[in-house]
Ligand binder design. Structure first.
Ligand SMILES: NC(=O)c1ccc[n+]([C@@H]2O[C@H](COP(=O)([O-])OP(=O)(O)OC[C@H]3O[C@@H](n4cnc5c(N)ncnc54)[C@H](O)[C@@H]3O)[C@@H](O)[C@H]2O)c1
Length: 236
């Protein structure tokens, strides 16, 4: 039987931004399923942890079947799991390239495909977590940049194919401090907004995107980077 609460699946929900989104959504009254390769150190009440490698087709199928059986439906899919390999392209193996593409991009294809019937039934929403690196790069980040650029494009494709039943939007964070790091005054000051981002900043945007007040928003990208990608930088 369908939960009375709305149900959200958050991938990569064991720590970092995914954990922050889970905390926000459970506070807002959502039932949350956290899917991660690693178990969370702590999980909010009204959440269930499911161990899963979201780049694995069978694991994704099992994850979504489990939600259907246990939660009885799905209202929001938040594709957040991701990681980066920084290596000169000459040293990057094909396996490494494919592992980044598998987790950061292919997983969203697998999840959206498996969850389509549940999300259509609920008139639900998908949010993908890409990166400002979909648009700009540091050296030696080819696989990550390609995965995030692909994820941005996949998101607008999903919005067109799955609408009007399902909305799909992309959030592209800049620098988000996930570890309560010791940051310098310069770290903060270089951002036009005056500070490095927090997981709560991303979580509040995601909460709005899967909520009832964003019904006219689909296929869009939301850059949340304190203005960094709008800043023109020339060497002195
Ligand atoms: N933190 C930032 O500054 C920043 C900036 C831009 C984009 N992002 C993106 O935001 C998302 C979250 O980043 P974060 O900083 O919280 O990272 P994080 O490393 O703190 O957390 C990522 C989580 O994803 C999980 N994960 C990784 N691969 C997985 C897989 N195949 N299956 C299941 N779980 C998997 C990890 O175990 C981890 O719990 C990522 O997609 C990342 O690319 C982060």
């Amino acid at each position: 039987m369908k939960q009375t609460r709305n149900v959200a699946l958050i991938t990569g929900g064991a720590r970092g931004i995914g954990q922050g989104i889970a905390a926000r959504l459970t506070r807002d009254g959502w039932r949350v399923v956290l899917a991660d390769r690693d178990a969370p150190a702590s999980a909010p009440p009204e959440s269930r942890f499911q161990s899963a490698d979201v780049s694995d087709e069978a694991a994704v199928r099992g994850l979504v079947d489990g939600i259907s059986a246990q939660e009885g439906g799905l209202d929001a899919l938040i594709c957040n799991a991701g990681f980066m390999i920084r290596k000169p392209i000459g040293a990057l193996s094909l396996d490494e390239w494919q592992s980044v593409i598998g987790t950061n991009l292919t997983s969203t294809f697998l999840l959206a495909r498996a969850a389509e019937p549940l999300l259509r039934a609920s008139k639900g929403a998908i949010v993908t977590i890409a990166s400002t690196r979909a648009h700009q790069s540091e050296p030696n980040t080819e696989s990550y940049a390609a995965s995030k650029g692909g994820l941005l494009a996949l998101t607008h494709a999903l919005a067109i194919s799955l609408g009007p039943d399902i909305r799909a939007n992309c959030v592209s964070p800049g620098w988000i401090d996930t570890k309560a790091s010791e940051l310098s005054a310069e770290d903060h000051a270089q951002h036009p907004a005056g500070c490095v981002g927090r997981v709560e900043d991303v979580a509040s945007l995601v909460a709005w995107l899967i909520g009832p007040e964003s019904g006219f928003v689909t296929g869009a990208e939301f850059v949340i980077d304190g203005g960094m990608t709008r800043k023109m930088i020339y060497a002195e």
